[in-house]
Design a protein around this ligand. Structure first.
Ligand code: ADP
Ligand code: MG
Length: 470
């Protein structure tokens, strides 16, 4: 049999391997099989439709260039997608690479038995552990101006999940402001009122890992989709983590659409409003706004007092009024910090047999709440990056495409995204008036280089530690 396809593909792989991180190579290229090479057309076999879409979104340019280099300018690529039907795999030819646009992933029919990642061993298939934490319930979620709308919507959802105008419920707000707590409380309340409903809480990261595990293994992807297809109330925490992960977004999109279509409830949380989540697919962002988008804001003074009272009461301790008002005045950033200080206060007083006094509260607050935490700004990052590479601010901000300037800007954009709360657009605006796509590209480039290039990794971590220590 003619083995030319093997040689052609091996040559391509050698080039591709040099150009992408090893982890990506292993995940996305190792499972590909070359099956035919005829009239400059190379046919490769991929494990699934998801896989093909992912390749197209992420690597098509690289594959195209590589293939033309190996075969010549007339080179073409064709896919076969291995179609998995229960036991055996059959192969179904697909269209050529460049004609394929917007192909959707078919949902497998819900038949047969399948593995799912959340089943409680030994129980019936449908007994799915909802992954809820009983402490995050409505009873200990303190109501305040900062969460009134979100909380009311949550209560409304739990009395008629799926069948309300808040589908999806999209909760957003900064870290430690109660997103996870509230999302879980809704799940718990639904489970209490409707024990037969299948509720599932999952973090976006966990969903992503499950998807990546499933994406290229025979039958696993089908199991993954089957599993999510039967949830009645799906809670996905921190969906901003899907940014820059098109394969996962695609899987989530299909699960979202399917569940929404058949009247199932979706609850999502994120650290930013949909309009700020620029590196998520448009079709997802627009769906996030179909129901209710509600913010969890920073608690005001009254709410901080109520939270302090509720938490200390729960621990069986009554705090002197002056301590409560001192803490409420001084810990303002988020609820997690209020909780943290309170816990240290209780621990200290128990361990040292001291009464909780204003003085003790003051000492601990100084120690635990870094009041004068240095805010890292894009401007500061820019300054440190310029100093590190010994380039002037003018060159840094100029349109010049000189390699060292481009690299410095890309690193500054990467760090700004990681270390500040600025949106991509605002980072771009501050670094020489670039747009959000440029910042996203810079971010991805630096991320890849950190994976593959040791000296580059060192630059970035040097600058990072300078920023943190300053
Ligand atoms: P996020 O997910 O927004 O980062 P969490 O939901 O994890 O925040 O909340 C951080 C901590 O603060 C948790 O322990 C949570 O129980 C508590 N918390 C947040 N908001 C409230 C609230 N309104 N009432 C009581 N506790 C709260
Ligand atoms: Mg959270």
């Amino acid at each position: 049999m003619d083995q030319k396809h093997i040689a052609v593909w091996d040559n391509c792989l050698r080039i591709i391997k040099d150009n992408i991180p090893p982890s990506s190579f292993k995940t996305w290229f190792a499972p590909i099989k070359a099956v035919k090479f005829l009239d400059s057309v190379l046919t490769i076999e991929v494990p699934s439709d998801f896989f093909r879409e992912y390749l197209e979104e992420q690597f098509i340019e690289l594959i195209g260039k590589t293939l033309r280099r190996v075969v010549g300018s007339s080179a073409k690529l064709e896919y076969n997608v291995r179609v998995v039907s229960n036991e055996d795999a059959v192969t179904m030819p697909q269209q050529g690479v460049h004609e394929i646009t917007n192909k959707t992933v078919p949902f497998p029919a819900q038949t047969g038995t399948f593995a799912n990642p959340f089943v409680i061993p030994g129980l019936q298939q449908r007994q799915i552990d909802p992954q809820l934490n009983p402490n995050f319930n409505f009873r200990n979620f303190v109501e305040g101006e900062c969460n009134r709308l979100a909380r009311a919507a949550g209560l409304n959802i739990s009395s008629s999940p799926g069948n309300n105008s808040f589908n999806p419920l999209f909760l957003y707000g900064g870290s430690g402001l109660g997103k996870t707590h509230l999302a879980q409380a809704i799940g718990i309340d639904i489970k209490e009122k409707f024990p037969d409903k299948i509720v599932l809480y999952v973090s976006a990261n966990r969903f992503q890992t499950q998807f990546m595990d499933a994406a290229n293994v025979k039958n696993k992807l089908t199991d993954f989709l089957h599993f999510y297809q039967m949830i009645d109330v799906l809670i996905i925490d921190d969906v901003h983590e899907f940014a820059g992960k098109p394969g996962t977004q695609n899987a989530f999109f299909h699960i979202f659409s399917h569940l929404h279509n058949i009247g199932k409830q979706l609850i999502l949380t994120s650290d930013k409003a949909p309009s700020e989540l620029q590196d998520l697919e448009q079709r997802l962002l627009s769906r996030f706004k179909w129901g209710l988008v509600a913010e969890l804001a920073k608690p005001d003074y009254e709410t901080r007092v109520s939270i302090l009272k509720a938490k200390s009461y729960k621990d069986g301790i009554s705090l002197p009024e002056e301590v409560i008002s001192y803490l409420a005045n001084n810990i303002t950033s988020n609820v997690r910090e209020i909780e943290g200080t309170l816990i240290s206060l209780l621990a200290q007083s128990t361990l040292t047999h001291r009464k909780i006094t204003l003085e003790l509260a003051e000492t601990l607050t100084e120690r635990f709440v870094s009041k004068n935490k240095v805010e890292i700004s894009v401007g500061k990052i820019q300054k440190i990056v310029c100093e590190y590479f010994k380039i002037s601010t003018e060159s840094f901000l100029s349109p010049s495409r000189k390699r060292e300037f481009v690299q410095a800007r890309q690193i500054a954009m990467y760090l700004s995204r990681n270390m500040t709360n600025n949106s991509l657009a605002s980072i771009g605006a501050q670094i020489g008036g670039r747009d959000h796509a440029t910042v996203l590209h810079a971010y991805n480039t630096v991320k890849d280089l950190i994976d593959t290039n040791r000296s580059f990794r060192k630059y970035v971590s040097d600058i990072e530690s300078q920023l943190k220590s300053n």
